[in-house]
Design a protein around this ligand. Sequence first.
Ligand code: UDP
Ligand code: MG
Length: 317
Amino acid sequence: MNSPSLAIIIPCYNEELCIRAAIKRLLEVLDDLVSKSKISENSFLYLVDDGSEDSTWEIINEYHNKDNRVKALKFIRNFGNQKALIAGLEGVRNLGCDCAVSIDADLQQDENAIEKFLDEYAKGADIVSGIRNNRKTDTFIKKITALLFYKLMNILGAKIPLNHSDYRLVSRKALDIMELYTEKYLFLRGFFNEVGLKTAYVNFDVKKRIAGESKFNLISLMGLALNGITSFSVVPLRLVAVLGFCMALFGFLVGVETIIEKIFWHNSPNGWATTIILLCVFGGIQLFCLGIIGEYVGQVFREVKGRPRYIKDKELI
Ligand code: UDP
Ligand code: MG
C-alpha cells in the first residue's frame, strides 16, 4: 500500500508566542514520518487562524512563503475553536488528503503520538482518538467540570470516553461523512463517537503550554458543554416531562389531602412556612426546566437561521 498523505490541522487564536515553535516542530514530525515511509511527501500543515488580532497571521505567511507545506486559512473574526477545527477538516478535505490529524497550536498534546495514530490508521481505524493520560496541566475547576461533563454525557447516552480531546486522526471516509452533517454547531467529539466508524484509542501525555495563556474560560467551556449536550441528547427534555408529571401527581395528592383535612377535621391553614417552601421549590424546578427547554429552543433557533458556520477571509494554499 502507498503511504497515505497526512494533513495536520492546527487551530490558532492569538498564538504569536507559540506558532513558530509549533510550525517548526510539526514540519520536523512530517519529515520524520516521511523518512519512515509512514506518510507520503505531499503531506502538509493546515493552520486555521481563528481571527487572531496579534501577529499570528503574519508569522504563518512568513512560513508559507518559505515552505509550501505550510498552508493556512484565516477567519474574518473569531468564531471559536470548534468552528476552526471544522473549517480545518473541510479545508483539508477540499485540498485532498488521505487522513487528517488536529492538534493544538500550543503543542500541549504530545506530537509524537501522531506516529501511533498512523499505525492504528494503517490497521484499519477510521478514527483514532487521543486520550489524555492525565489532566495535570488543568486547573482544579477544569478537572472537576470536565469529569462532570463526560459522566453526564455518558448518562445521557452520548458515549464519549473520559479524558477525550480534539487531538485525533480521521480518515478521508470520516471527512466525507462529516460533510453530510450540515448542522452549524456540530459538536465534533459527539459526532466522531456516534457515527459508527471503526475507532481506535491512543493515550498521550499532556504537556504545559509552550507559551501564552489558555484561550478558554469557564463561560466558554460551559457554552461548549451545553452545545455538546443539546446537540447530542434529548434525554434532558424527557426528564423535564417526567419531572413535570411527578410534580403534578404530587400536587394532586397534596390537594386531595388538604381538601380532606378541611372537610373532616376543619383545620385552619397553619402552614405558612410549608407554603412558602413549596412555592420556592416548585418555582425553582419550573424555572430550571424552562431553562433546559430554552437551551434546546436556542439550539433550534441558531440552526434554523442557517447562518454560515464561519466566514473565510484569506487562504494560503
Ligand atoms: N483556539 C481557537 N479559537 C478560540 C480559542 C482557542 O482556535 O477561540 C485554539 C487555540 O489557539 C489552541 C486550541 O484552540 O490552538 C486550544 O486552545 P487552548 O490551548 O487555549 O485551550 P486549552 O488547552 O487551555 O483547553
Ligand atoms: Mg492548550
